[in-house]
Design a protein around this ligand. Structure first.
Ligand SMILES: [Zn+2]
Length: 190
């Protein structure tokens, strides 16, 4: 039985690079791998996944009819995997439909995303993925201020840490990966 995977990490934890590499591994073996992202984040360009080190991958945008879409393609050409970037922005329904792809089409679905927002609260997509996934992995990176593992995203505005604003704020320069203690220390300075 195929699995639903969730690989989460903070900002700068190499997620986009890993998703592009995973896709490349399937396609170089002649295996069809479908790539999706969410339309919330347009920094990479229209229907594109872009990594920090310059790799790019064309993708489709996620929608609630994803199960039927993958099923239709799978009937013509076997689909070996589905990869999903920016999975924190998925709706609860979309995550359930992705789990159906693993369960009823027997195709592994590998989702990459953030776990929490800058208030350290779960996104809807992340929460549902943590509840439903068969396998959960953490992609690690280092705290901006010390050498501990980063687990949180600190929001920065004009070089200063902030803890207010909309949940969805896009722009890499506005977030830094930090450990829990540095997160508290920086917000104490406000
Ligand atoms: Zn730290």
């Amino acid at each position: 039985m195929a699995k639903l995977y969730y690989r989460y990490g903070t900002m700068q934890s190499n997620k986009s690079n890993q998703i592009i590499t995973t896709h490349h591994q399937y396609t170089t073996q002649g295996k069809k791998c479908l790539a999706y992202s969410t339309p919330v984040d347009s920094r990479s360009g229209y229907k594109k996944i872009k990594s920090r080190i310059g790799l790019e991958l064309l993708c489709e945008y996620m929608h609630e009819g994803v199960y039927e879409e993958v099923e239709t393609i799978h009937e013509v050409t076997r689909v070996h995997a589905v990869v999903v970037d920016e999975a924190q922005f998925l709706s609860k329904t979309e995550v359930h439909r992705l789990s159906d792809i693993a369960d009823y089409l027997d195709i592994p679905v590998i989702c990459f995303g953030l776990k929490t927002d800058f208030r350290n609260e779960l996104f809807e997509g992340s929460k549902t993925l943590l509840e439903l996934s068969d396998a959960i992995d953490e992609l690690k990176t280092i705290c901006q201020y010390c050498n501990k593992k980063a687990t949180l995203n600190l929001r920065m505005m004009d070089g200063q840490p902030v803890n207010v604003g909309e949940t969805i704020q896009i722009g890499d320069e506005e977030y830094v990966p930090v450990c829990r203690k540095c997160y508290k220390d920086r917000l104490d300075l406000i």
